[in-house]
Design a protein around this ligand. Structure first.
Ligand code: IMP
Ligand code: MG
Length: 179
């Protein structure tokens, strides 16, 4: 049965990607990562807040040795759309020589990832790839090689499964899109 729309503040959202489909796509990405990183003990670097749920389910599906660390990016709301490089905050782990997999909730314009990768390279990572739950190919403004996208979506604003609208909606098990 179709789930009813949800209201968050001033907006209505309709069901878009059901939980079982999300979890299936996470399993597929985890299987690819488990294959590609066998013997490399990858370090997953989860970008907070949005990726916490994806990171958790992804880790549970990994069948090889791996580690996880969390970081935030300094955010200046009014610079979000300008592509201003955001600084890494809260990353205590030494990533020198590590095979890093950045774990993101969504790659939209690509500004965040395009700014983040050079900073991780500077810290001496042996390799850096990106695993993202969602990617909006039509929104991308950078030449990025996103090797591990779980799902591609159209250029719609979405919430749920960790993704928020003004901090809300992260608890939804399914992904909803704005109506
Ligand atoms: P970027 O445009 O690729 O730099 O994406 C920046 C960030 O914007 C993402 O990591 C998300 O936190 C947020 N974002 C982009 N699109 C959406 C969306 O549809 N819903 C919720 N958050 C989004
Ligand atoms: Mg994010």
């Amino acid at each position: 049965m179709q789930k009813p729309p949800v209201t968050i503040q001033d907006k209505q959202f309709s069901i878009y990607i059901p939980e079982r489909k999300i979890l299936h796509s996470v399993e597929i990405v985890a299987a690819r990562l488990s294959h590609d990183y066998k013997g490399k003990q990858p370090l997953f670097l989860s970008v907070l807040n949005g990726s916490f749920m994806f990171a958790s389910d992804l880790m549970k599906e990994m069948s090889i040795e791996c580690e996880i660390a969390f970081m935030r990016l300094s955010s200046y709301a009014d610079m979000e759309s300008t592509g201003q490089v955001k600084e890494i905050m809260g990353l205590k782990e030494d990533i020198r020589g590590r095979h890093v997999v950045v774990v993101e909730d969504i790659v939209d314009t690509g500004h965040t990832i395009a700014g983040l990768i050079p900073q991780l390279q500077e810290k001496g990572a042996a390799s850096i790839e990106v695993a993202t739950l969602l990617i909006k190919p039509e929104s991308l403004q950078h030449e990025l090689n996103i090797k591990y996208p779980a799902m591609s979506i159209a250029n719609d604003f979405v919430v749920g499964y960790g993704l928020d609208y003004n901090g809300l909606g992260r608890n939804l098990r399914d992904i909803y899109k704005v109506m």
